[in-house]
Design a binder for this molecule. Sequence first.
Ligand SMILES: *Cc1c(COP(=O)(O)O)cnc(C)c1O
Length: 382
Amino acid sequence: MLDNKLEEKLSGIRTPFYYYEMDVLGLTVDNIKREADRYGFKVHYALKSNANPKILRILSSSGFGADCVSGNEIEMATECGFSSEDIVFAGVGKTDEEIITGIDNDIFCFNVESAEEVSIINDLSRKKEYISRISLRINPNVEANTHKYITTGIEESKFGINMRDIEDVTSLLGKLDNIELLGLHFHIGSQIRQMDAFKRLCSRINEILGWFEAHNVPVRHINVGGGLGINYDDPEELPDFAEYFGIFNEHLERNDEQVIHFEPGRSVTGQSGSLITRVLYVKKGTQTDFAVVDAGMTDLIRPALYSAHHKIENISSVKKHGKYNVVGPICESSDSFGKYIDLPETHRGDLLAIRSAGAYGEVMASNYNLRKKAVSVFSDEI
Ligand SMILES: *Cc1c(COP(=O)(O)O)cnc(C)c1O
């Protein structure tokens, strides 16, 4: 529960805004570092989950690498202190310009998703007399049991190379002078809370490694992607990084030369951020009253886009409870943060905290309806 004392501190700030609890971020980072370092695992933070420069600087100075999905993310990562030798670049539709950004920044690795992309990276590298390091993103055909929009590792997904096409790609590699193959990349989806999915991924990777060994294609780097979920019902709970990294240590059959890479996003930043919004009106409904707030789907799109659930707290009121539909001001019925939500009695002017919004919140904001974007506020600055 965000403490009621916080209300005083936050009440002078123009709403809506993202509020980041820096101690939560610090604790999460320490946990990840400790548990990943145990096994020598390399962690590349997925910038797409939150690219706030202050947060990026904290993560780069804590020794994280960066996982980028656009040329601009590569540039942002280097500006915020990530060293280029720790940057990986994924994406099913990299433009020539973005590939050149990767080359010019001498990034660690392109995670490539098709034979055609490999050829294009080779051509662009040749023109610059450069050798690009790549990993093949393989579609492992592992069901992540998460929302269909964020499941990425099943066969009909647009991501990655299917194993039945892999030989075409590896035989092509032999003919390309400006490509060096580092290894393999996987990413099965996001907000995965059933750890069995990661065990299934490990078994599948073991099988795939067998294929590469049998075909004498060396694999030095194995990137298992991101996807570890957070508990949206309990914003105070941090993901179990010990269990997560432990699974890969136990179930991946790697040799001493192989380096394991991870790309967590949501699990790093998710629990540290809340969207703070003010109640504009409390409007009578037929069954449930509406709390109309000044934040909308333009500030946090996850509920509208994925029917995602975020815990909502009223940090101004502790009075007896009521049920509310918490809705935004945008002219779309999907602009709702939750139906039939248990809240203390709520009035105009109260501050609500929409919790666990540190990942895929601020970064997905838009100016739809010509709205201003929510600013970010950090607990160590107020
Ligand atoms: C989105 C994405 C990630 C991060 O996913 P999270 O669920 O936020 O951990 C990592 N790698 C790739 C390739 C991605 O597309």
